[in-house]
Unconditional design. Structure first.
Length: 119
């Protein structure tokens, strides 16, 4: 079983930056595809970024491309989301998620961390 714990959320002004971290328990972290999702007030959950098991590839939602960067450190069982040039529309609860490479559904979720961007 994989447990995920996010941290790094908070209140920031528009144009500012935050870095989210997600630490995973368990020995299989390096085999999982990792992703960050978010759900803003009154909005559906969307996948923000995804990174392959070895960090070799990543992809982003169009709304964050060029501003957010996902990375991982398999020696620390940690995935990061660097968020720059934040906008009020980025306000949301951000969730870390993990799935095995041979499935398409994210099986493990963190509890979420709140990011609030003020204008």
């Amino acid at each position: 079983q994989v447990q995920l714990v996010e941290s790094g959320g908070g209140l920031v002004q528009a144009g500012g930056s935050l870095r989210l971290s997600c630490v995973a328990s368990g020995r299989s972290f390096s085999t999982y595809v990792m992703a960050w999702f978010r759900q803003g007030p009154g909005k559906e959950r969307e996948r923000v970024a995804r990174i392959s098991w070895n960090g070799g590839s990543a992809d982003y939602a169009g709304s964050v491309k060029g501003r957010f960067t996902i990375s991982r450190d398999n020696t620390k069982n940690t995935v990061y989301l660097q968020m720059d040039s934040l906008k009020p529309d980025d306000t949301a609860v951000y969730y870390c998620a993990a799935r095995r490479r041979d499935v398409t559904t994210y099986e493990h979720w963190g509890q979420g961390t709140q990011v609030t961007v003020s204008s």
